[in-house]
Structures are given as C-alpha cells and as structure tokens.
Design a protein around this ligand. Structure first.
Ligand SMILES: NC(=O)C1=CN([C@@H]2O[C@H](COP(=O)(O)OP(=O)(O)OC[C@H]3O[C@@H](n4cnc5c(N)ncnc54)[C@H](O)[C@@H]3O)[C@@H](O)[C@H]2O)[C@@H](O)CC1
Ligand SMILES: Nc1ncnc2c1ncn2[C@@H]1O[C@H](COP(=O)(O)OP(=O)(O)O)[C@@H](O)[C@H]1O
Ligand SMILES: [K+]
Length: 485
C-alpha cells in the first residue's frame, strides 16, 4: 500500500529532519530531483534540453526556493532560465543567489507574459504545502499567460494540498514532482497533478503511520481470492445478490454478472429479475424471493430494488442474516429514509455503504463538501460501516478511521449502471471473507481498471466494464512496470 500524509504531518517530519541535516541540503536534493524531471519533459516536449527555455514562477516560500534551485541546475545543462518573482523582496535568498550565479535571468511580474509565452516548459513554484485559500490575484493572473506544459513543484498551485479542492484559478500540471512523501492532493486531484513523481529526500524515518492509503496492483493481487487445490464452489464463499426488478432487470444482470466474473465461488440471485439473470448468467442459482435464497456468506443488496415496502423487506431480511453486506443504490435510500432498518443488523457484522454524492446527502443530511475524506470518515464512524464515497476519486473509509483513496484511470466509469458492477464486486470479495475496508478498496481498484480497459479511449458501457473484469484481474496479477503516477 502506498502511504499518504497530510501536510501537518509532513511539515512536522520535515522539521525533525531539517534539525539534523546541513542547511539547504534538503532543498537542493528536492530541486535536483525536480530538475531531472524537467529535463525529461524538455526532451519530450521541445526535443532538446540544452538550448530550450524554461520560465519559473517563484512564490515567497520554500516552494519558490525549490524552483530557483531547479532553475540553477537546469542552467548548468544549457537551458535558458527566466525566473518570475511574485514577491521579489521575499524570494528565497539562497535559491535566488544560486540562480543568478548560474546565469539565470530574473524578471518582475509585469514582464512575465513575454517570457511565459516563449517558454518550452513552465515550473510552478508559486506555493507548496503551506498554501492557504485560492491563489492570490497576482498569481492567478499570471496563469492566464501559461500555454507550455507545467511541471508543478510539490503540488499544483491553487489546489488545496489536503483536500484537492480547487476554489479558483489553479495550475493544471503535466507532471508533479513531490518530495519525501505523497500528500493528499496527489490522490484527490489527479487531474490537476498529472503523473506524480516522488523524490526521496530521506524523510522516510521521520514519518509514522500514513493518514491515507492507496492500493497498488500488488496489494490487490495479493488478496484477490483464487481457487486452490482444496477449494470447491462453496469454500470460496457464496455471494447473494438482491437487485433489480421485473421492470428493470438490468441492475440485477450487471450486479450478478460482476460477482460471477470476480471470483470462482457460487453466486446466488434473489429477486424478481431471476429469469433475466438466468438467461445471462446460467451459472447462477436464481430464485424469485430472498427468503428462498439459501445460505450465502455475503449479500450485495440494492441496485434497482426500489425504495418501497418490498425493497425495505428485502434489505431487512438480508441484514438479519448475520453475514457481511454491501448496501448500494436503493438500499442506501431506504436506510436514509428509515434508519431503523439497520436495527436488523448485528453491529459486529461488516456493512459497506456505497453512496454517490446525492445518496451521501440523503444518508447524512449534508453534501460531502470540499473535504471528502473527512466527510467519508465521519459517516463511516456514524454508521459503524465502511463508507465508500463514489465519485471521480472514490474514498473508502472504515469505522476505525482507516481511509483509502482510489485514484481513477480516467472518467470512463461515468456511465449508467457502472455502480451496479461495483456492488457485485464488493459483494463477491466480502463473501471470500476479506476485511470489508480492503474488499471495498480492491473492488474499486479493479472496477476503475476494468473501466479503462473497456474504454480504450472511447466511451464505454457498464456491460463492457463488466466484461473487462477478467482482463483487469490479469493485469493486476502481472502489472506493467511504472515509476510515475
Ligand atoms: N521544509 C523543508 O525541509 C523542505 C521544503 N520544501 C518545499 O517547501 C515547500 C513549503 O514551503 P513553505 O512552508 O515555505 O511554504 P510555501 O512555499 O508552500 O508557501 C508559503 C508562501 O506562499 C504564500 N501563499 C500561501 N497561500 C497562497 C496562495 N493561496 N496564493 C499565493 N500565495 C500563497 C504565503 O504567503 C507564503 O509566502 C514545500 O511544498 C516544498 O516545495 C522542499 O524544499 C523540501 C524540503
Ligand atoms: N467522473 C468520474 N470519474 C471516474 N469514476 C466515476 C466518475 N463518475 C462516476 N464514477 C464512478 O462510476 C460509478 C457510478 O456509480 P453510480 O453513481 O452508482 O451509478 P449507477 O447508479 O448508474 O450505477 C461509481 O463507481 C463512481 O465512482
Ligand atoms: K507548486
């Protein structure tokens, strides 16, 4: 698992490390890493390093210092570097001296447009982890003149470091180079960060447990249930799906199908769409009513069941079975309207709730807001459930405070029915006995990878996402190497 630390924690760790490191050493380490990345970008976008032109946007803090030092390193490689100082009197003194020594040009903000429009690459050192609020007007105006690719130092300026919120003009980076540890913004706003490269500055020993996690392919591969020599169809966990209706059988077909694709264990379906489910997935055991469904090790309940009395009875019955349960879609609305339905649950039995923002509001009374991690964490504690908050970046919070963030692979899953596919995946993993927080995270990871593989660059559908689950699992089990992102 990748760890992610909030800026308070990073700052505290940096202070401890700074106290035992020669002055300026950390910044030079960080800036040297940034200059290597900048050189790669110049090769990629301008076809050369020596002879290319870089503009630095330099704010008043250490983030600006990083940019100045990176500029000094690039000058040594024959790059023409111009620094635009937003607050000349507060520019990092050592960084500025290094840039000048190396032959860099320094210009005031008024002259910036001509240098920005000519640049092959812009380095954003406006603000880093100490950013507060939207960009100040002077910095915001400068961004209007940027057309070259941007390398963000530590994080894209204008994006909140801890929540990823954008409340005004902000840098949209082609790539971000960060130092010491990943910060929440990198997982919560991948669209503004671009691929994120981590430069080691020796912070590791100063960082304790992460605040957030991000799963990688290895985590998913290590825990994904595969049949072993001793297994049979029951031993891997039987998942029950209660979804769909006679009028809307699609949700049932999608949720059941994704459970079928996800694991080798048995899938039971219970509900009014049994005929449609059998027709699509002959390997399922389908019945018309949840009371005849037989034993399962988990339930996924909700997509398309309706929010009336029948839906409520189905949910209550499933909650009363004492097995882990994923409540999605209509099941969430039922809980929101009649929280007493949860009385049927044994509080020790794992529950996963999978709201999108609208369902979250129904459930809790408020929109998730800018700090989606805090919102998901609070709701997880309040409902004593794993709370999977859907969206471009999906947040998975456990009632004990653990949170993971799924960094999406594009927006391909913004298509009708893709949530039904997710609930089948979660249900299947719960049946295999996997910790509910991890199960929800693994399901989300594979769901977004399946979305990418289904789309291959063009709009896709929930059925295609479902069909891509096996390929996603194959890829997870033998991932392509990557050092960025
Ligand atoms: N402390 C360390 O050991 C290291 C720090 N590093 C760099 O230092 C950065 C943090 O530096 P600082 O704590 O000095 O602070 P920053 O450089 O992140 O920002 C502080 C400055 O930005 C201004 N500012 C804040 N919000 C703004 C906004 N919305 N619009 C415009 N200006 C705004 C403030 O007035 C202040 O002058 C990191 O992000 C990283 O880039 C790296 O050099 C690695 C080592
Ligand atoms: N812009 C987006 N980028 C990435 N994933 C998205 C985006 N919009 C939605 N998703 C994902 O697609 C799924 C949609 O689920 P849901 O809202 O329940 O839709 P439906 O009810 O149509 O199935 C969720 O997993 C969500 O995280
Ligand atoms: K920055």
């Amino acid at each position: 698992m990748q760890g992610i630390w909030t800026t308070d924690r990073i700052r505290a760790a940096e202070e401890r490390l700074l106290a035992v490191t020669p002055e300026g050493a950390l910044m030079r380490r960080a800036a040297f890493g940034a200059s290597l990345r900048a050189a790669d970008m110049l090769t990629e976008h301008a076809g050369r390093v020596a002879g290319s032109r870089v503009a630095l946007l330099v704010g008043a803090g250490n983030n600006g210092g990083d940019a100045l030092w990176a500029g000094a390193f690039l000058l040594r490689r024959g790059v023409g570097v111009t620094a635009v100082l937003l607050k000349p009197e507060r520019a990092h003194p050592r960084g500025l001296a290094a840039l000048r020594r190396a032959g860099g040009r320094v210009v005031p903000v008024e002259d910036a447009p001509q240098w920005l429009t000519r640049a092959d690459l812009v380095i954003d050192g406006i603000v880093g982890i100490s950013a507060s609020g939207p960009l100040r007007p002077q910095a915001a105006e400068l961004l209007e003149h940027v057309s070259a690719p941007v390398l963000a130092i530590d994080l894209p300026s204008g994006v909140d470091p801890d929540t990823g919120e954008v409340a005004g003009p902000a840098v949209r980076a082609a790539c971000t180079v960060t130092f010491g540890a990943r910060k929440p913004v990198h997982a919560l706003n991948p669209g503004h960060c671009g691929p994120v490269e981590l430069v080691d500055i020796g912070l590791g020993d100063e960082l304790a447990d992460p605040d957030l996690f991000r799963l990688d392919a290895g985590d998913v591969a290590a825990h994904w249930p595969l049949p072993g020599p001793e297994d049979d169809k029951y031993s891997q966990g039987v998942v029950g799906i209660a979804a769909g209706s006679a009028t809307y059988p699609g949700a049932a077909v999608l949720a059941t199908g994704s459970a079928v694709r996800a694991t080798a264990g048995m899938v039971r379906y219970a509900g009014p769409a049994a005929d449609a489910v059998r027709a699509h997935w002959p390997e399922t055991v389908a019945t018309g009513s949840i009371t005849d469904a037989g034993r399962v090790q988990s339930w996924a309940v909700g997509p398309g069941i309706g929010t009336g009395r029948e839906g409520r009875e189905v949910l209550e019955h499933a909650l009363g079975q004492g097995v882990p349960l994923c409540a999605d879609a209509d099941a969430i609305t039922i809980i929101a309207r009649a929280p007493a339905v949860l009385d049927a649950r044994d509080p020790g039995t794992p529950l996963v709730l999978t709201p999108h923002a609208g369902e979250f509001e129904r459930l809790t009374g408020t929109r998730p807001g800018a700090d989606r991690v805090a919102a998901a964490r609070e709701a997880a504690a309040r409902f004593n459930a794993v709370l999977l908050l859907k969206g471009h970046c999906t947040i998975v919070a456990a009632p004990d405070g653990r949170v993971l963030v799924n960094v999406p692979r594009g927006s391909w899953l913004a298509t009708a029915g893709s949530g039904d596919v997710l609930s089948g995946l979660v249900g299947a993993l719960l049946a295999a006995g996997i910790d509910a927080w991890l199960a929800a995270g693994m399901a989300t990871y594979v769901h977004s990878l399946a979305g990418l593989l289904a789309a291959r660059g063009v709009p896709t559908s929930a059925s295609a996402v479902l069909a891509a689950i096996p390929d996603a699992l194959r890829q997870v089990r033998s991932p392509a190497p990557s050092n960025c992102g």
